[in-house]
Ligand binder design. Structure first.
Ligand SMILES: C[S@@+](CC[C@H](N)C(=O)[O-])C[C@H]1O[C@@H](n2cnc3c(N)ncnc32)[C@H](O)[C@@H]1O
Length: 243
């Protein structure tokens, strides 16, 4: 939402300048500069609509894909970058025998908070089984092999305090038990963030048995969400930790 408002503000500024009684060249230039910003505003608004419950509900549909790959009813589940807690709350409801933890750094870039997560868990009647902790995905405050299941949705690419995203994924796998399940959804096809896919996969296969699918193979997405800046680079990595 913050990004949307910033780009909307810039677009409106350029549009207003285009209507000022100034030199025609500056007016045309300003009108032209407004176009790419208006395009970004359109893509962002459309994405927010499609992700929301009142639109296409794609945030929830993506979480359903992740939940469908989890197979542990009674263990300890960790969600890294839990945001508003929606994925971990969904897991708590599907797996009533589990105890769950959601971590996030809840930075200023996002409109999520720990209090919001706790309130959401309370509303959904699962607050007694979920704890929310403030921590960075790059340095998890847990022992090795503490969890039976580790999930994460659209978070690794956001982690700013560790440049190498494979290290962040290995940190997530560190806290998973051997034989435990992981499901990671992220923009793994974005080579700027994750490097070449083959190298990324090779870097992980010494400790995991890894399956990977493009999100479009498991979920039908509207064309505009396939923009590379939205979900065009999204993949699901899932499997078991081997050692
Ligand atoms: C795109 S949101 C996804 C939220 C949630 N996983 C979901 O699917 O609804 C990215 C999340 O990553 C979190 N995040 C960014 N950097 C982080 C870090 N270093 N450690 C933990 N969480 C982080 C943000 O606060 C935000 O909640």
């Amino acid at each position: 939402m913050n990004k949307l408002l910033i780009f909307l503000g810039i677009s409106l500024l350029f549009l207003m300048i285009a209507f000022f009684p100034i030199h025609i060249f500056l007016r045309v230039l300003s009108g032209m500069l407004a176009v790419p910003f208006l395009y970004i505003v359109f893509i962002l608004s459309y994405s927010i609509y499609q992700f929301s419950e009142f639109g296409g509900n794609y945030q929830s549909k993506i979480h359903d894909v992740i939940v469908s790959k989890v197979d542990n009813d009674s263990g300890k589940i960790l969600d890294i970058g839990t945001g508003s807690g929606s994925l971990i709350i969904k897991l708590a409801k599907v797996f009533p025998g589990s105890s769950l933890t959601g971590i996030d750094y809840w930075g200023e870039n996002w409109e999520y908070s720990k209090a919001q997560c706790e309130e959401n868990a309370k509303i959904e009647g699962v607050a007694d089984r979920i704890q929310f902790l403030k921590a960075s995905a790059s340095k998890l405050p847990f022992r090795d092999a503490e969890f039976d299941v580790v999930v994460s949705c659209l978070t690794f690419h956001e982690v700013k305090d560790c440049h190498n995203k494979t290290d962040v994924m290995r940190e997530a796998l560190r806290v998973l038990k051997p034989g435990g399940t992981f499901v990671f959804m992220d923009l793994f096809l974005d080579e700027d963030a994750f490097g070449e896919r083959a190298v990324l996969v090779a870097d992980l296969t010494d400790i995991v048995e890894l399956k990977h699918e493009e999100l479009t193979e498991v979920l039908d997405l509207p064309k505009l969400l396939l923009n590379k800046k939205v979900l065009g680079n999204a993949m699901v990595f899932h499997g078991k930790k081997t050692k």
